[in-house]
Design a protein around this ligand. Sequence first.
Ligand SMILES: CC(C)(COP(=O)(O)OP(=O)(O)OC[C@H]1O[C@@H](n2cnc3c(N)ncnc32)[C@H](O)[C@@H]1OP(=O)(O)O)[C@@H](O)C(=O)NCCC(=O)NCCS
Length: 182
Amino acid sequence: MQAKHPSTRSYKTISPLLGENVYIDSSSVIVGDIQIGEDSSIWPLVAARGDVNIIRIGKRTNVQDGTVLHVTRKTPNNPEGHPLIIGDDVTIGHKAMLHGCQLGNRILVGMGTIIMDGAKVEDDVIIGAGTLVPPNKVLQSGWLYFGNPMKKARELNDAEIQFLAKSAENYVLLKDEYLAES
Ligand SMILES: CC(C)(COP(=O)(O)OP(=O)(O)OC[C@H]1O[C@@H](n2cnc3c(N)ncnc32)[C@H](O)[C@@H]1OP(=O)(O)O)[C@@H](O)C(=O)NCCC(=O)NCCS
């Protein structure tokens, strides 16, 4: 992994680490203990702050425009705090807010969704636009969730589950076009 990119900054001497062929828009801000896996992409105006805990982003995951990523510090009552862990092939729609939560693989986070501390999203889940995922909720694999308050809406069909990997692949191809121009 490489460390240097104009949008990355260190916090207490720890700098973000980027995998091969990661695309980061120059208007985003990526601070501190953050690792981003190969072929992932960070789009305009994303703010990601790995200061009081860590942020890990897997491979082929896209974080779309205006999204905020942050974490919660370790305390005596909560010794691990809440890191932010995001898996592979995840699509994070525009202006989402992911705070101290854990996401598995092949997930769509709809535009404007808020996911709070300690929530866990299993593999192969769609979260509709504008959803509020409260703290410590577990979202079960193969289901659609949406709403505020969040509801477990219905099981995903095969086409929707296949679309999750396709959505991530589309973003890999798009970021390759942007990388070719930079
Ligand atoms: C939830 C979603 C997947 C649609 O699921 P669906 O099962 O096809 O839902 P439908 O469009 O048939 O709507 C079913 C009902 O849910 C409601 N609904 C749809 N999306 C909703 C959402 N995000 N939040 C709350 N209600 C929603 C509809 O109004 C409808 O309600 P009604 O029966 O009272 O009329 C889609 O609306 C969505 O939010 N997609 C996320 C897209 C996105 O943000 N992508 C990231 C950027 S690329």
